[in-house]
Design a protein around this ligand. Structure first.
Ligand SMILES: Cc1cc2nc3c(=O)[nH]c(=O)nc-3n(C[C@H](O)[C@H](O)[C@H](O)COP(=O)(O)O)c2cc1C
Length: 187
């Protein structure tokens, strides 16, 4: 079996090849979320894996949304909810990545700040905080005002494929550090 690899290092000042950038970024394993919000014509959503925590005080999270997406303008300045998906919800992730308009068959429920999805692994309801320009994306920061979570497996995305991420078995002790509390060079 042949594996595609690249050890080329970009020359400073030269353009990084976009395909190589995509290939490299595909090696970062992430979870999968759907960011939901009230659009001009009702509940809308966009599949997003560029999601990260930002701050505990105040409680901030970030989603990076492509300028070319319809959500980019539609969710600007609006509350939104980050729905973290389970492996069984791959079809939901595919739906909100497909650019379709009919979202009526999605498992909508009414959240505190707007529409969200029922049955997800976890969710964070956000008020809009700031938006920062990020090249061909905009970084939307939200202030978390409500949340919920359950135990279970997660849906992951790795090497351009959806993958199940099993919940650690309870007998495994959690790591003895909290990434928010210790410097990054902690053992
Ligand atoms: C696994 C996965 C992750 C994605 N992550 C992002 C993302 O972080 N930001 C983004 O703008 N688009 C992302 N997309 C692409 C959008 O979901 C897709 O372009 C969508 O059709 C946009 O919908 P809209 O035009 O209705 O807003 C992702 C797609 C997939 C399948």
């Amino acid at each position: 079996m042949s594996e595609r690899t690249s050890e080329r290092v970009a020359v400073p000042g030269a353009e990084v090849d976009e395909t190589e950038l995509r290939n490299c970024l595909a090696h970062f394993a992430s979870g999968v979320t759907v960011v939901t919000y009230e659009g001009p014509q009702g509940p809308r959503g966009i599949t997003v894996n560029a999601f990260t925590s930002v701050s505990l005080k105040p409680p901030l999270v970030l989603v990076s949304v492509a300028r070319t997406s319809r959500s980019h303008d539609a969710m600007a300045g609006r509350p939104f909810t980050v729905n973290i998906l389970r492996p069984e919800q791959e079809a939901i992730a595919r739906h909100f990545a497909s650019g379709g308009d009919d979202h009526s068959h999605m498992p909508w429920c009414r959240g505190g700040v707007g529409p969200r999805l029922s049955g997800v692994l976890a969710y964070l309801e956000c008020e809009p905080w700031r938006a920062y320009e990020g090249g061909d994306h905009t970084l939307y920061l939200g202030r978390v005002v409500a949340l919920g979570y359950e135990e279970g497996d997660a849906l992951g995305f790795f090497c351009s494929r959806f993958v199940p991420v099993p919940r650690p078995i309870p007998s495994q002790p959690p790591l003895p550090y909290d990434p928010f509390e210790l410097p990054y060079d902690a053992p």
